[in-house]
Write a protein that binds this ligand. Structure first.
Ligand code: TRP
Length: 325
């Protein structure tokens, strides 16, 4: 029996290179070795944004990106949190096992609240974000949760909740481990973390023209002003991208940038071509997938059915352990 992975993303629409490097690529690589379950965490989006008008479309766009990147829905069910009511039931039970001060210490939630300006006035559901995530994970008895570093506090709380439940009632839940992705946060075009809200992204689905334009905007070494100025690749975002997406060119670019022989404009043009080539298979697959949205909906319906069976079984065990059945 393969070990199980539970991974999820909030549906915010088309994915960018940071989502790919930080999570999706890892999911694809682990497929085959593990049994992957992939969750669209739509309820989680409500914790920081009440506008639901784009949710359906964002879900479809995100799932298309998952599929185009290589998630095989036959092997790896793709499902939507809000369609599997057991997430809410388990969340309610877990809410009895966690104190408010414990939730208030969560650095990731705190940072989000700071960004939203709700630090001293946080929404109850936002404070409970990691409890809902614990329900997502424990419902499927996942062994492993592949996440970015910012998600580790949530995985830690998930482990505590599992232990607490097992101790209080019966040994029903598996204590999962977090697995942090290898590649650190990918910088955006401006050097901050790549993030949709900062407007500094390159999307997996961007056309070659858009990639070309966006790469031209990327911040490079601020001390390299003219073509012949010697550059410092270690402070250049484009160079970071080279390391990930065009590793075979790194040595050559490093030398030519340092000597001043290579100017930033030419460098960016080369990189844009290289990235375009890297993303070509993805883009081609995406075009095919976009043609039939009903197929995408069928894939999600099938995933909901498969995930729902596992969720129902776990809830049955949970209720039995609690004498609630
Ligand atoms: N909190 C995760 C994020 O923002 C999304 C998520 C929701 C998730 N439920 C999950 C990730 C369960 C892993 C497992 O990226």
């Amino acid at each position: 029996m393969k070990k199980r992975i539970l991974s999820g993303m909030r549906p915010t629409g088309k994915l960018h290179l940071g989502n790919y490097v930080g999570a999706l690529e890892n999911w694809v690589n682990l497929q085959g070795e593990y049994e992957n379950f992939h969750l669209v965490a739509d309820w989680h989006t409500l914790t920081t944004n009440l506008d639901t008008s784009g949710l359906q479309e964002n879900t479809i766009e995100m799932v298309i990106d998952w599929l185009a990147a290589g998630i095989d829905p036959e092997q790896s069910p793709i499902f939507v949190q809000s369609q599997i009511k057991e997430h809410a039931e388990l969340y309610l039970i877990f809410s009895m096992l966690v104190t408010v001060p414990r939730l208030e210490r969560n650095p990731t939630v705190k940072e989000q609240a700071r960004d939203l300006g709700t630090e001293s006035n946080i929404i109850f559901g936002h404070l409970g974000y990691p409890i809902l995530q614990a329900a997502d994970i424990l419902l499927y008895k996942a062994h492993l949760v592949p996440v970015g570093e910012d998600q580790l506090p949530h995985v830690e709380l998930t482990r505590e909740i599992a232990r607490k439940f097992n101790k209080t009632y019966d040994d029903v839940l598996r204590v999962p481990s977090g697995k942090v992705t290898d590649f650190a946060r990918l910088p955006g075009l401006d050097g901050n973390k790549m993030s949709k809200s900062l407007g500094n992204t390159i999307l997996l689905s961007d056309s070659p023209e858009v990639i070309g334009k966006k790469v031209m905007r990327a911040v490079t070494d601020p001390q390299k002003i003219r073509r012949n100025d010697p550059g410092r690749p270690e402070v250049c975002n484009v160079f970071t991208y080279y390391k990930k997406f065009c590793p075979h060119r790194v040595a050559e670019v490093d030398a030519a940038c340092r000597s001043g022989e290579l100017g930033c404009v030419e460098d960016k043009r080369n990189f844009a071509a290289c990235l375009t080539k890297y993303l070509e298979p993805f883009r081609e697959k995406r075009v095919q997938l976009e043609k039939n949205i009903d197929d995408i909906k069928d894939i999600i319906a099938d995933g909901n059915r498969r995930a729902g069976e596992v969720a129902a079984q776990t809830m049955h065990e949970v209720y039995q352990a609690m004498n609630l059945d």
